[in-house]
Design a protein around this ligand. Sequence first.
Ligand SMILES: [Zn+2]
Length: 173
Amino acid sequence: MSCQEDHPAVSANHDSDRSCPDCNSNRVVTEWIDHRFPYGRGENAVELCARIPVRRCEECGDQFLDAEAEDLMHEAVCRHLGVMTPREVRDIRRQGGGLSRAEFARITRRGEATIGRWERGELIQNAAYDQLLYLLTFPENLIRLRQRAETLASPQSTATTCTRTAPDLAGRR
Ligand SMILES: [Zn+2]
């Protein structure tokens, strides 16, 4: 199993926006490592690999992981499960002309809170929802669902269904 290779193994660049959680120093360097970690239980247990940044403080020697490492490990889990990563899920709304989460929730008929959890990686969408999300990476499908949401929202559509069902039932007697 190999990790993704799109990051340099070592980068000694100091990031001024990063500070040591221990001593607050800005002298933090980054080293990229291939991190192997277990995922799943029992028969489904596997070892996954992600290339993650390890931060090291040159002042006090403290080593730590941050949100970037967590995101990359989460992405490795998503790749293993064959589902879209949180970043890819977020990109769907962005390519749709910058849809708000509320608007995206209305169109997909999925709760706004759930979509937020998918986008932040707090929850991994199941395979069926992932298929839907994949289709929505094509803008024309987003347009179709939006049109459907508007049709469903109009009061006429439900009224039509009711009047049509009633005579059918009566005729069965
Ligand atoms: Zn430090």
